[in-house]
Design a protein. Structure first.
Length: 328
């Protein structure tokens, strides 16, 4: 492994730019290549983020021997094919969330990664933020006793654009896959996969879920009460409740820096602030670098089987609404 992890980015949209910006906060990583569907967009992205090699196709990026890892930043329906393309070309892959459109696709990607013996990870960047890392430690220490419930939401109000990715069924649109995956993933991190799922949604004129809510019941009877929206701004808070207290993640919890721990009858609570360098996307990139240097094929923080489980949960939620995507 070189002194620096040499990154390529597949795709040139907003999230690709966020990741490129995040990489600038890491001393042991560098962005060396970008791949797009045409030379003009690759060149424009390369000029903006000072990327030396600018490929006019995804295939050319995947074949670039000077790249160690590729961040897949395409829209949801293309995650599977883009990830498999890069894995089969010998690259490590960090794939933007949601991992794929459904669990069947997720299993297919994971099977390729394991067959090729290549590193693969879902880019659930929230998992690697300092405040969430500390949250895992506090829960493991039993700071609030046995954890019984989670309340978490992620909603915002966007203008309706039937052709845009949020409202287009053909692009895997809707609140659940775009932002509902955050609270579902948080629930999975705390409790594991659910044993029972109940969900309701308001499907808009384009057929996607504009507002949706889900209750998950877990192995020991624990409950996760979750919601997401793309037409309604919500508090964007998360609260974990245990037998001896609670932990409140301050808004916006999915990119937060602060939580308050209420335990042992302390009404005022202990406020913990854990800021991070960069824009936060550097945290997941650093995890990929750590895993590659240690010879790992997946991260123990978000294992591949868990990414599949999260997709299974969202499949079950959508099935209750009768919501399917054209590519399924």
């Amino acid at each position: 492994m070189a002194d620096k992890i040499r990154w390529g980015i597949l795709g040139t949209g907003r999230i690709a730019g966020e990741f490129a910006t995040g990489l600038t906060s890491l001393d042991d990583a560098e962005l060396v290549a970008v791949g797009s569907r045409k030379q003009e967009t690759a060149d424009a992205f390369g000029e903006k983020f000072l990327v030396p090699r600018r490929h006019p196709t995804y295939e050319a990026l995947a074949a670039d021997e000077g790249v160690d890892a590729i961040y897949v930043a395409t829209p949801h329906p293309y995650h599977k094919d883009s990830s498999i393309l890069c894995l089969e070309a010998g690259r490590a892959v960090l794939c933007e969330k949601p991992f794929t459109i459904n669990a069947a696709q997720a299993r297919e990607v994971v099977e390729v990664a394991r067959s090729e013996k290549r590193f693969l990870m879902e880019a659930m960047w929230t998992r690697f933020l300092p405040v969430i890392c500390r949250l895992r430690e506090l829960l493991a220490e039993g700071k609030i006793g046995e954890v019984h419930m989670l309340y978490a939401d992620f909603g915002f109000r966007a203008g309706v654009n039937p052709e845009g990715r949020l409202f287009n069924l053909g692009l895997g649109g809707g609140a659940l896959l775009d932002v509902g995956v955050y609270p579902v993933s948080l629930s999975s991190m705390i409790f594991g996969g659910p044993k029972e799922v109940a969900g309701l949604a308001d499907l808009g004129e384009t057929g996607v879920d504009e507002r949706s809510a889900y209750v998950l019941r877990h192995e020991g009877g624990e409950l996760s009460v979750l919601s997401a929206a793309i037409r309604t701004s919500t508090p964007q808070c998360a609260t974990i409740v245990g037998t001896e207290g609670r932990i409140a993640l301050e808004a916006p919890w999915w990119r937060g820096t602060t939580m308050t721990v209420y335990s042992g009858g302390d009404a005022e609570g202990e406020r913990i602030e854990l800021p991070y360098d960069g824009n936060g996307y550097n945290c997941e990139a650093a995890e990929v670098g750590r895993c590659l240097r240690e010879g790992r094929l997946e991260s123990e923080v978000i294992p591949l089987d868990e990414s599949i489980s999260i997709m299974e949960t969202m499949d079950e939620i959508r099935a209750q609404w009768g919501l399917t995507y054209p590519m399924e």
